[in-house]
Design a protein around this ligand. Structure first.
Ligand SMILES: [Zn+2]
Length: 412
């Protein structure tokens, strides 16, 4: 019944859902987010309350639509004995198609948002978080006879594996047996660290390709582990920090992340800087591989010749569909958000090129989503660049927030 969506499916679904509008002239599209480990009974009660509240909606059409949406949700929820493992997302309402539409989604990762909304459109922001590209970091905590392997993906932390093995502490007494004991203790410790190294390879290289690794632990074992090269070279060069933690396990992993916070930021910045630098190098060489500005980049994207688009997270644009109420002429424009506000408030007029009447905004689309949509068709990578370092600032200030590195030369 509910689909566990993967990222590609989610992208398409978000695209589709963002076009839906309440059919009645009002707010009638219901969006519900329930977190992982949420309670189904609470949700049923909420729906009942909302059905009662909907009685007070003045507009008959809106009232009818809201109640239809809610009772359908109620009927569907009867099949659930509990909220699914990662939470539950429900969208329902009578859209411009005139039909009641319902979407029930089990998110691909645990949902933390709890929300009920009834609006002109579906509320999609929490859903969009699942499709953002995420950096991944491996966290390896190692202490005598104990190790934790955890993965930080975006803002989500997950312990992948915890292992223990009995490695005894140092023997105090002297003599022959003490030497033998010490020898076997070293062998056990060595075997354990080799195992940790092999598992690190499995979790941080084979199963997940991480952008960086944080090594932690309470004692000197972590340093020994690093110095004696139990981590193979490909992994070792990904280690961004070795930090002290008081604990192992999940709490220790959280501690390690906290202590390596600045380093994590650096990894992202280093990646972003390198991208902007690559663009600047092409531009300086005038080799025909660099472009910038909204129009030229979109044109090249549509031609399928772009390898990477660099777009500033500060870019302040939206793609708008205008329609002329007089002659029905439609056109799409990419506009600055403050210009759109002016049009919506009636402070600015956009004339129909056919008949000269004022056009109205029919639809708005997030600019970066729009870029990603074209990019996906041609296997182009869209890299979102923060404005928190010099290169990122330069991208927004000097290049309009958007630049491209091309696959083939373009002479302008
Ligand atoms: Zn017109």
């Amino acid at each position: 019944m509910a689909e566990v969506a993967d990222v590609r499916e989610l992208k398409k679904l978000i695209e589709e859902l963002s076009k839906k509008r309440c059919q009645a002239n009002g707010t009638c599209l219901v969006s519900i987010y329930r977190p992982a480990r949420g309670n189904i009974k609470d949700l049923m009660e909420l729906i009942s309350r909302e059905i009662a509240t909907a009685n007070m909606i003045k507009d008959k059409n809106v009232r009818k639509n809201v109640q239809r949406a809610l009772t359908s949700i109620q009927a569907r929820l009867k099949h659930y004995s509990k909220i699914p493992e990662n939470g539950l997302i429900i969208f329902a309402g009578v859209t411009q198609s005139g039909k009641l539409e319902m979407y029930i989604i089990e998110p691909p990762e645990p949902l933390t948002v709890k929300m009920y909304r009834c609006d002109v459109t579906f509320y999609l922001d929490p859903l969009k978080n699942f499709i953002l590209p995420k950096e991944k970091y491996g966290i390896l905590l190692v202490e005598r006879g104990e190790a934790t392997f955890a993965l930080l993906s975006g803002s989500r932390l997950e312990v992948l594996k915890e292992i223990t093995s009995h490695v005894p502490g140092k023997f105090r007494a002297g003599g022959q047996s003490a030497q033998r004991f010490e020898r076997s203790r070293e062998i056990l410790a060595h075997q354990f660290m080799e195992k940790v190294g092999r598992l690190a390879e499995k979790y941080f290289l084979q199963d997940n390709e991480v952008d960086g690794i944080i090594v932690g632990g309470p004692g000197p074992t972590k340093e020994e582990f690093m110095e004696k090269n139990y981590l193979r070279p490909e992994l070792k060069k990904k280690v961004i920090a070795v930090v002290d933690t008081a604990y192992g396990g999940y709490i220790g992993a959280k501690e390690a992340i906290m202590r390596a916070q600045d380093k994590l930021k650096d990894v992202r910045y280093v990646k972003e800087r390198a991208l902007v630098q690559e663009f600047l190098d092409h531009l300086a060489r005038e080799d025909g591989y660099a472009l910038y500005g909204v129009k030229p980049v979109i044109k090249a994207l549509e031609e399928g010749i772009v390898d990477k688009v660099l777009v500033s997270e500060k870019i302040d644009l939206t793609r708008v569909r205008f329609k002329c109420p007089q002659c029905g002429h439609e056109e799409r424009r990419i506009m600055k958000n403050d210009e759109i506000v002016k049009v919506e408030m009636g402070h600015k007029d956009v004339k129909c090129p056919e008949c000269g009447s004022s056009m109205v905004i029919e639809e708005k689309e997030d600019f970066i989503s729009y870029l990603e949509k074209i990019a996906e068709e041609y296997g182009t990578k869209v890299e979102i660049i923060s404005a928190e370092n010099e290169e990122g600032y330069m991208l927004i200030r000097s290049f309009g927030g958007i630049a491209a590195i091309l696959r083939e030369k373009r002479y302008l």
